[in-house]
Design a protein around this ligand. Structure first.
Ligand SMILES: [Zn+2]
Length: 320
């Protein structure tokens, strides 16, 4: 009896030791959640009650898990006849649930496509409802996210746009993690509508695996470019894929050692003040900005699953 007790004790010690070793191995990673294209990426194809249902699901998971988030709004999507109030109410829910809203321009216009003046007007037009909703909660409009991550096709317009945003009181919200949920979203919606549960679960599996590989890549790139792993900022979108499965995505992040922080906390990382002269037709993340600025264009990014982009193309479902 005595020796069995000893064996048990030894096993217990080993178990405790392996737990401690695993905790020591796991880095303290941090990520802020941002969710674009509110009230919903596909708002033009959704009824107000579908938008409300999606928003409720998404926000309930985030609130229950105490995960902070900032949502970025395209106010143009509010103006559907007979539904304006209900759509505004869906936005208000973000604040009622304890989250924050930022500006993503009125009509999701690209700085690379529009002239600077027209783009600036779109920024201003995108403020009115969001600003007044924030005021109801004694909050100020303070974050801006560039549509398509397009920050300007030349340095002069990039800097002019930045000066304009600063002048209006904005802090630009960069991103460092992006697994293209917007590409999955219309395929997922279509599968859901047709009751194709097999395709839905294939899409979710692919999305989570691809996300995991994107996170691993970004962690490496951050170490190479910044010298450490920055406080990451992930770009997600308001869609049913996230509403139904964001809990699983948060688990993927937790398994990699992430904890969830506010956007303000993430932006306190001095990396976000690093030299950044990136310009180009293609909007991209800030880790790429910094790498390209340093003359070290990143390589080896995970390849987006072809079958998903093929299916998305077949749908002819223009995303905003
Ligand atoms: Zn967007």
């Amino acid at each position: 009896m005595k020796s069995r007790g000893l064996v048990l004790l030894c096993l217990l010690f080993l178990f405790a030791f392996s737990l401690a070793a695993r905790a020591a191995e796991r880095p303290d990673r941090q990520v802020a959640i941002t969710i674009d294209d509110l009230p919903a990426g596909a708002a033009n194809f959704m009824s107000a009650s579908e938008i409300t249902e999606m928003t409720t699901k998404l926000l309930t998971t985030l609130r229950d898990q105490k995960v902070p988030a900032v949502g970025f709004v395209n106010e143009k999507k509010l103006y559907k006849q007979g539904e304006v109030d209900q759509r505004i109410q869906a936005l208000r829910m973000w604040l009622d649930y304890g989250f924050e809203l930022g500006n993503h321009t009125f009509s999701h216009s690209s700085l690379n496509q529009e002239g600077l003046k027209a783009w600036e007007e779109d920024v201003i037009q995108g403020e009115s409802v969001t600003r007044s909703l924030l005021a109801e909660h004694k909050m100020k409009l303070r974050y801006f996210r560039h549509p398509f991550l397009d920050t300007g096709r030349d340095l002069e317009s990039r800097r002019q746009a930045e000066a304009f945003l600063t002048e209006r009181g904005y802090r630009i919200a960069p991103i460092t993690l992006d697994a293209w949920d917007w590409m999955y979203a219309p395929v997922y919606d279509d599968a859901k509508k047709r009751g194709d549960t097999k395709l839905q679960s294939d899409l979710v599996k692919s999305y989570l695996e691809y996300s995991d590989s994107v996170f691993a890549y970004a962690e490496q790139l951050s170490k190479q470019t910044v010298g450490y792993e920055v406080k990451q900022i992930i770009l997600l979108h308001g869609n049913n894929l996230e509403a139904d499965h964001i809990g699983e995505l948060l688990d993927v992040l937790r398994r990699r050692g992430y904890r969830f922080i506010t956007l303000g906390d993430a932006l306190s990382d001095s990396a976000y003040g690093m030299p950044d002269t990136y310009v180009g037709e293609e909007g991209t993340g800030w880790l790429e900005h910094w790498a390209i600025t340093q003359g070290k264009p990143p390589q080896g990014a995970p390849v987006f699953p072809q079958w998903v982009s093929d299916r998305a193309k077949q749908l002819h479902h223009p995303q905003p």
